[in-house]
Every structure is written in structure tokens, then in C-alpha cells.
Design a protein around this ligand. Structure first.
Ligand code: UD1
Length: 354
């Protein structure tokens, strides 16, 4: 079978890595198309190298711009790529503009689309990611859901017949990397000389957090006031928006660092006293690594982390410090994101669909 994966943004490279291994192990031809949505070395190429992902067969160049410009130029560029590649299945990942463009191009060209990480919902229609994932789920032919909650969302939208519960491919990536990284402290943070358990790790990059200067100021002020150093890997969007709003990323407890690679990020989470984030993936990684997470958002797609007590949603302000300082929850053996092997189940589900 000939498969084409379309990726473009950092979290998609993490999901692609185990799927590329599983596709190769099953003997399928697998082409990788990179839209260019993320283009800095640290946001893109470094992940391909570290996670041993084959170099993209096609590299496009469509980062930046408004949502419409970005999605539209990717869409136009993908048409000839998919026509030439003539795939049996197109694999798309998550909820970014690259996911939407890939889905639209493939659907219009009558290529079958499998959506990895289908069925997630924040129920917040103002998030660009929510619009992307809803549209993609309704266009795709095969919906590969990570959790029973995601399956229930798909059922509620009348999509059960196309849905398969495969588990979460990020579990595969995390376990693979955790073995490689072990308990080492990340070399990238050596200059900060932080003791194990003596710092918090924070990431802020979503449009809802960064694009309103008042909200961004409130988030940064709350982080800067935390009682331990706060390691802050700085996403390009945060750098850009904080700069434009005249906000400092090194005030108080804040310790800004360049974006981290995947292994360094896993090691930084493991060594931290807690994670504060607006990222989706990091909430789940913190849970899988059993590090308490505080999420600066009004809702989450990963409700299991909250239900199990390992994640708390807060508004920036005094609540944030209270949530971050809470006691570590009781241990749990719960595995809501499934077991290792989701990428193999992705490939098996695509094969079964013919
Ligand atoms: C995108 C995804 C988001 C995901 C995030 C992970 C959408 C709608 N959003 O958001 O769901 O959580 O990726 O990081 O697709 N930039 C650079 N260098 C880069 C990448 C981006 O300078 O390597 C700049 C862009 O030019 C742009 C800004 O950062 O000005 C935001 O990038 P963009 O790709 O539009 O969205 P993200 O915020 O990264």
C-alpha cells in the first residue's frame, strides 16, 4: 500500500515518528510531505533528526501568514503533490492548519484520508484547532481515535461507522524516548544549574494565551511570581507576541530558554516539580510521566488528566500559584491513553479499511 503522511507543525513530528516506523515495519511505501508550517531548525529539522524520522520526500514552504493564507497556499501546493504521489491513503495528524489543508486537498482529489488523533473536542469554537479538528473529522474516511472519550464525541456527531479506537501514538513516542533519555538532566538546562525537583517547567504558545496582550501579561506575571524558577522554552509565537506587547520573558522567576528537543523536554518534565502549560500534548505527557500539571486554559481536550487529579485548569492570577503549589496527587495505574503499540494499530486499521 502507498501511504502519504502530511505534517507541518512540531507536535505532528512527534506523532509521525512511531507511525513511520510502523509503516516501514509493515512493508508499506510511505512518503512524508512537510508543509513548511514550522520552519525554524529547532521547531522542525531537529525533531526529524532526533526522532529518526526519514527526511521528508516533499518539502513545501508555507509557514507564517494569516490562517487563510497559510491554509490556502498549502492547499494549492498539495494538489500536485498528491496527484503525483497517487496514494492509497493520506494520513493526517492532530488539529493544525497543515492537517486541514492536507485533508481538503486529499478529499477533493478523491484520496482516502485517515485522521490520527480524531475525536478530540474542546467545545471552544474560537480555537483554530477546534475548527480544524471538527472539519477534518467530518471530511476524513477513517477516524483513528486515541481514547473512549474521543470515540464518544465522534458517536455524538454521527461518525461511529468510520471510527476506530487505536489508542494514542504519543504514548509510543514517549515510551521510546523515555527509554533513550533515562533519568538524565537535560544538557540544554545545565547553565541554569537547577536541582531536580527545584523548578517548574512552563510553555505558553496558543493563540488564546498570546494574542491578547492583557491576557499574555497576566499569564507571564503569574508565572514570574511563582516561588521556584520557571524554565520557559520560548515558542516563536510567544517570542513575537511578547516582543510586540513589550512584555519581558525573564522577569522574576522566569528563565527563558530556546525551544527544546523532544528528549530534552521529556527530561525537563521528569526533573521538574510541576508543569504549567497551555499545550495539549504537554498536559498528557506530564500525566504519563506522573508530574502534576496546571493548565492555563478554560477547557481541555484531555479531560482524563483532570478527572484523575493530575491536571488542574486555572485562570492566570492567584489561582495559578495555589494550583501549582498543590500536593502531588495519589499514584494511579490508570492508562486512559492506552498502551504502547498505537502506531501499529493505526497501520492495521488502515490495512483493514482496504
Ligand atoms: C501551531 C498549531 C497549534 C500547535 C502549534 C505547536 C495551528 C492553527 N496551530 O501553532 O495547534 O499547538 O503549532 O507549536 O496550526 N514561527 C516561526 N518559526 C517556526 C514556526 C512558527 O517563526 O518554526 C512563527 C510563525 O511565522 C508565526 C508564529 O510563529 O508567526 C505562529 O506559527 P503558526 O505555525 O502560525 O502557529 P503556531 O502558533 O505554531
Amino acid at each position: 500500500m502507498r501511504l502519504v503522511s502530511i505534517v507541518g507543525a512540531r507536535p505532528q513530528f512527534v506523532k509521525l515518528a512511531p507511525v513511520a516506523r510502523a509503516a516501514a515495519a509493515a512493508g508499506h511505501e510511505h512518503l512524508i510531505v512537510h508543509t513548511g508550517q514550522h520552519y525554524d531548525h529547532a521547531m522542525s529539522e531537529a525533531f526529524f533528526t532526533e526522532l529518526d524520522i526519514p527526511t521528508p520526500d516533499v518539502q513545501l514552504d508555507h509557514g507564517g501568514g494569516t490562517h487563510g493564507q497559510q491554509t490556502g497556499t498549502m492547499l494549492a501546493a498539495l494538489d500536485p503533490v498528491l496527484t503525483d504521489a497517487d496514494p492509497d491513503w493520506v494520513l493526517v495528524y492532530g488539529d493544525t492548519n497543515s492537517t486541514l489543508a492536507g485533508t481538503l486537498s486529499a478529499t477533493k482529489l478523491h484520496r482516502r484520508v485517515a485522521h490520527i488523533e480524531a475525536g478530540l473536542r474542546s467545545h471552544n469554537r474560537r480555537m483554530p484547532e477546534e475548527a480544524n479538528r471538527v472539519l477534518v473529522d467530518h471530511a476524513a474516511d477513517l477516524l483513528l481515535a486515541p481514547t473512549p472519550v474521543a470515540m464518544a464525541h465522534l458517536a455524538a456527531e454521527g461518525l461511529t461507522a468510520r471510527s476506530v479506537l487505536v489508542g494514542d501514538v504519543m504514548v509510543d513516542s514517549l515510551e521510546h524516548t523515555r527509554e533513550r533519555v533515562g533519568e538524565r538532566a537535560p544538557a540544554e538546562l545545565a547553565d541554569l544549574a537547577l536541582p531536580r525537583g527545584g523548578y517548574y517547567l512552563a510553555t505558553i504558545h496558543r493563540a488564546e494565551s498570546t494574542d491578547d496582550p492583557a491576557r499574555l501579561a497576566a499569564v507571564l506575571t503569574a508565572l514570574a511570581a511563582l516561588p521556584l524558577p520557571v524554565v520557559l522554552p520560548v515558542h516563536p509565537r510567544l517570542h513575537e507576541r511578547a516582543g510586540a506587547a513589550g512584555l519581558r520573558l525573564d522577569a522574576g522567576s522566569l528563565r527563558p530558554v530556546p525551544p527544546l528537543g523532544y528528549g530534552a523536554m521529556v527530561a525537563a518534565v521528569v526533573g521538574s516539580a510541576g508543569v504549567v502549560t497551555d499545550s495539549g500534548g504537554l498536559q498528557k505527557e506530564a500525566f504519563l510521566l506522573r508530574v502534576p500539571c496546571t493548565t492555563v486554559r478554560t477547557e481541555t481536550e484531555w479531560v482524563e488528566t483532570v478527572d484523575l487529579g493530575w491536571n488542574v485548569l486555572v485562570e492566570p492570577g492567584p489561582d495559578l500559584a495555589r494550583a501549582v503549589g498543590r500536593a502531588v496527587p495519589a499514584p494511579t495505574a490508570a492508562a486512559p491513553y492506552g498502551t504502547v503499540g498505537a502506531a501499529g494499530r493505526v497501520i492495521a486499521a488502515v490495512e483493514a479499511a482496504g
